[in-house]
Write a protein that binds this ligand. Structure first.
Ligand SMILES: O=C(O)[C@@H](O)[C@@H](O)[C@H](O)[C@H](O)CO
Ligand SMILES: [Mg+2]
Length: 403
């Protein structure tokens, strides 16, 4: 059996920061895992280097579950984004090793393919409704079957999800947090018009998604969900901040618009009530922030019992290593819904060569053993860490709010 002889943390910044764990075994086989936590990258790098790596040396790399339990229960201070992102990186790297030793792509170890390909959604956005719809038409022309659509809000200088670039949306844009201003009233007035124009231009054979990014109250979410019902959204994401899982009952009382939540969840406990009471339709937890393949499978299995499907987060701040692992998971999981796919920049793709591919709205992880992704360490070293924070958000009267 392959014993862990070394583990290293590689921090690189090809346009944005990524943290990668590389576990090496005494048989020469190595595996990699994404450990990127946007805006808090060095916290995870230190958690791994200073507190986890010493515990891995000498262990049997095949004992993925035992190592997962050891790092989860053995930490005493359980859960949270830093801990679960670190555990996720170890988990991904160990599944990568297991696939390489078995000579099988990861999805084959997870039960094999449950579908021919993975439906992904792209991010159409624009400063105006017209610009956003034009961007959506480009995605539709490229064969995307699902498109997230976000537009600027009249009267607000900036709005979540609207970037200067059509494809590459990177919110961690400054050495110290940039401050945005927000008005829910102005936002709520603008979204129905966006969907009306989008349906008029794109028709009904494409799924339209929208992200409210944690900013509404439950009754405001009910109002927006109801206003959007005529346009049949695929989902309304992060309608409210999700610490209070009970609050989704109020949204459900007012609208049939499907709800998605969970990209900031780090364990099954953040979603248990939402899933068991069917308060949501899609769970967005990811392989990199929710404990890796091992834990995400548990979340998906619970979701499967309650008619909830997966819709994993896949923004640019999840590295190609996470995207590769997610696509293996997506190809196999029975209750798959959709996978977010925010393209990485060419610089990032060069640092992380990968086997996964995109073709007319569908992706496939490829059939290389393990995850099918590498990190070019020499190239990674040319992009030193550059501190960057996510923005913060205030109401127009200055009150601190959710970004
Ligand atoms: O749904 C999404 O992709 C967003 O919520 C993300 O862009 C999110 O804002 C970033 O991943 C935060 O780092
Ligand atoms: Mg989101």
């Amino acid at each position: 059996m392959p014993k862990i002889k070394n583990a290293r943390i590689i921090v690189t910044c090809p346009g944005r920061n990524f943290v990668t764990l590389k576990i090496e075994t005494d048989q020469g086989v190595y595996g990699i895992g994404d450990a990127t936590l946007n805006g808090r990258e060095l916290a995870v790098a230190s958690y791994l280097a200073d507190h986890v790596v010493p515990l891995l040396i000498g262990r049997d790399a095949h004992r993925i579950e035992d190592i997962w339990q050891y790092l989860y229960k053995g930490a005493y201070w359980r859960r949270g984004p830093v801990t679960m992102t670190a555990i996720a990186a170890v988990d991904m790297a160990l599944w990568d090793i297991k696939g390489k030793v078995a000579g099988l792509p990861l999805y084959q170890l997870l039960g094999g393919a449950s579908r021919d390909g993975v439906m992904v959604y792209g991010h159409a956005n624009g400063a105006s409704v017209e610009e956003a719809v034009d961007a959506a038409l480009v995605y539709q022309s490229e064969g995307y079957r699902a498109i997230r659509i976000q537009a600027g809000v009249p009267g607000l200088a900036s709005t979540y999800g609207v970037s200067k670039d059509r494809y590459f949306y990177e919110p961690a844009d400054a050495d110290l947090p940039s401050e945005n201003l927000w008005s829910t009233e102005k936002y709520l007035r603008s979204v129905p018009a966006l969907f009306d124009k989008a349906r008029e231009a794109l028709g009904w054979d494409v799924h339209l998604l929208h992200d409210a990014h944690h900013r509404l109250t439950p009754i405001e979410a009910g109002r927006l969900g109801k206003d959007l019902e005529p346009y049949r959204p695929f989902w309304l994401e992060d309608a409210v901040q999700a610490e209070n899982q009970d609050s989704f009952r109020l949204i459900r009382q007012h609208t049939t618009t499907p709800l998605a939540v969970g990209e900031i969840f780090s364990s099954i406990w953040d979603a248990r009530q939402l899933i068991e009471e069917q308060l949501i339709d899609y769970i967005r937890a990811t392989v990199v922030h929710a404990g890796g393949i091992t834990h995400l499978r548990r979340i998906a299995n619970l979701a499967d019992l309650h008619n909830v499907r997966t819709g994993c987060h896949g923004a640019t701040d999840l590295s190609p290593v996470a995207m590769a692992a997610a696509l293996h998971f997506d190809l196999s999981v029975p209750n798959f819904g959709v996978q977010e796919y925010m393209r990485h920049t060419p610089e990032t793709d060069t640092v992380f060569p990968h086997a996964y591919s995109f073709d007319r709205g569908m992706m496939h992880p490829g059939d290389k053993p393990g995850l099918g992704v590498e990190i070019d360490e020499a190239l990674a070293a040319q992009y030193p860490y550059k501190r960057a924070y996510l923005p913060v958000n205030r109401l127009e009267d200055g009150t601190m709010f959710s970004w």
